[in-house]
Structure formats: structure tokens, C-alpha cells
Design a protein around this ligand. Structure first.
Ligand code: KIV
Length: 293
């Protein structure tokens, strides 16, 4: 058997070093768009979205092949240490959006509009979205709520802003819900379906469904043409989103039921820092090989 024959028979092994010709429909050199992701959904492809709040992790997720990075208002909790998403401001989120855009090359970057930055009026929503897009470089925005924010969704879409809706457990309404509880059970499920349809009609590019019964999420995903992005919404949404610190095991304490931990970064970091501290205390770090002559 000659060498060329062997080469011909080599299976086509995908390599992480060889970038694919296209990435979710985006040719090499251009970012994925919300439109590309809608087309991926139309082709029946499921896709992942993950939160990111800084350039370093945005780069890791981008290289790992995640097509959508969400700078969530969850930054209030996982970056700024608040106990809800309510306190975070536009001024606090814009630099994080800028860092995520800088750190990524291929993913679409979505900025979450924080509490109080879009509910007041259509004009306020347009103003806030334009800050995130002009100053942060975001490619899309996300906002929470149903019928109440339809005028905002319609105006943003008309102004050329890809806008993602968010229904179900909308954390900015935690005080109204009386806690982080499952939403959309019973009759409120029909209202959620109506809201989702109205969002699509208003021009939403996609809809996040958070902590709702899996059957309800499946029903909404069946009815809508735009992608549904689930978090705690079962397996039948078109995409899934997760807070990266939950997925990688950086957050402390018990995780919500829908979280599957794929790593234990908290222990790894804690062990590393503890070992370093012990070496500093014993004088074994820095060693000879860490010195400059
Ligand atoms: O703020 C956020 O991280 C979110 C996702 C959990 C959907 O809204």
C-alpha cells in the first residue's frame, strides 16, 4: 500500500487548530449574528449561550466555540457581590460589555439592560440600548418582561437593534414573585405563551425562558419561529443559556436544580492559592528557577 493511498484513507479528523470554514453560518473573519443563530434554529441546530463579564473568559468561551456571549445583569451578583440583579447600573455594565467584545472574535455579544434602564419609556430603552452598542460595542440587547415591554421591543427592532426577550422567572421581578420560584404553572402558562407570541410579532430576535415547566417551554418553542433559549426550562428549547460560574463550579453553596456542574473551579482555585500561600510562608516559593540573574 503506497503512502498516497494511506493519506487518501485517512479519516477527516476535525482539529481544534484548523478553524472551520464557517461558524454557525458566519464565514471566517466575521462574527456570528442573531440572524445566523435564527437560521441555525431553522435548520434544527441547537446552540449554546453563556454569560461572560471579562475579556479573559470571553476569549476562552469564544475559542471553545460558543456562538453567543451574554453580559448578563447577573454581573450584579457574580461580579459586584449584590444579592440580586437589581442594583447593577448601565455605567457598571458597559465596561464589562466592552471587555467581552474585546476578548472575543466570533461570538455575538448581547448586553443585558439592567433594572430601571428601559421600563420607563420607549425613549429610555432606545437611549440605553444605544449606550451599550456605541460605548460597549454590543451586537444585541436583552430585556425582561412581557406585554409591558412590547412597545420597547417593537421600537428597538424598528431601530435596527436585535432584541432578546426574557420571560418566566425574570430575576428583576424577584420582589414581586417573592423569591426565585418556578413561573408559568397553571393559567399563567397561557399568559406566557401569549406574551411569547406577542414578543415574536413585535420583532424580538429570540426569547429566553427561565425556570418554567419543561412542557411549557416545549410548547412555546413549538409555536414560535424565533429561537427560544432555555435556562431551567427543560431540553426542548432551541438553545440553552447558563451563568458560567454555575457551570464551572465557581459559585459557592448549593446550585439551583437546573445547574449541572462540569468542573469544580472553586476547589481548584482555592487549593492553588492555599498551596502558594503555604509555599510563601515556608520560603519554598520563589525557588531558584523563579529568580532573575
Ligand atoms: O443575567 C443573566 O445572566 C441572565 C441569564 C441567566 C439568562 O439573564
Amino acid at each position: 500500500m503506497g503512502a498516497s493511498r494511506v493519506e487518501n484513507e485517512m479519516p477527516d479528523i476535525p482539529s481544534v487548530r484548523t478553524p472551520p470554514e464557517t461558524f454557525y453560518g458566519a464565514p471566517v473573519g466575521r462574527r456570528v449574528t442573531m440572524r445566523d443563530l435564527a437560521q441555525a434554529t431553522a435548520r434544527g441546530e441547537r446552540w449554546p449561550m453563556i454569560t461572560a463579564y471579562d475579556a479573559l473568559t470571553a476569549g476562552i468561551f469564544d475559542e471553545a466555540g460558543i456562538p453567543a456571549l451574554l453580559v448578563g445583569d447577573s454581573a450584579a451578583m457574580v461580579v459586584y457581590g449584590h444579592d440580586s440583579t437589581l442594583p447593577v447600573t448601565v455605567d457598571e455594565l458597559v465596561p464589562l460589555v466592552r471587555a467581552v467584545v474585546r476578548g472575543s472574535k466570533r461570538a455575538v455579544v448581547i448586553a443585558d439592560l439592567p433594572f430601571g434602564s428601559y421600563q420607563e419609556s420607549v425613549a429610555q430603552a432606545l437611549r440605553t440600548a444605544s449606550i451599550f452598542m456605541k460605548e460597549g460595542g454590543a451586537h444585541a440587547v436583552k430585556l425582561e418582561g412581557g406585554a409591558f415591554v412590547l412597545p420597547q421591543v417593537e421600537a428597538l427592532a424598528a431601530a435596527g437593534v436585535p432584541v432578546i426577550g426574557h420571560l418566566g422567572l425574570t430575576p428583576q421581578s424577584v420582589n414581586l414573585f417573592g423569591g426565585y420560584r418556578v413561573q408559568g404553572r397553571g393559567e399563567s402558562g397561557d399568559m406566557l405563551v401569549r406574551d411569547a407570541k406577542a414578543m415574536e410579532a413585535a420583532g424580538a430576535a429570540a426569547i429566553v425562558l427561565e425556570v418554567v415547566p419543561a412542557e411549557l417551554a416545549a410548547r412555546v418553542s413549538e409555536i414560535l419561529t424565533i429561537p427560544t433559549i432555555g435556562i431551567g426550562a427543560g431540553p426542548d428549547t432551541d438553545a440553552q443559556v447558563i451563568v458560567w460560574q454555575d457551570l464551572c463550579g465557581l459559585t459557592a453553596g448549593p446550585a439551583p436544580r437546573f445547574v449541572k456542574r462540569y468542573a469544580d473551579i472553586r476547589s481548584t482555585m482555592s487549593d492553588a492559592v492555599g498551596s502558594w500561600a503555604a509555599d510563601v510562608a515556608s520560603g519554598t516559593y520563589p525557588a531558584k528557577e523563579h529568580e532573575y540573574a
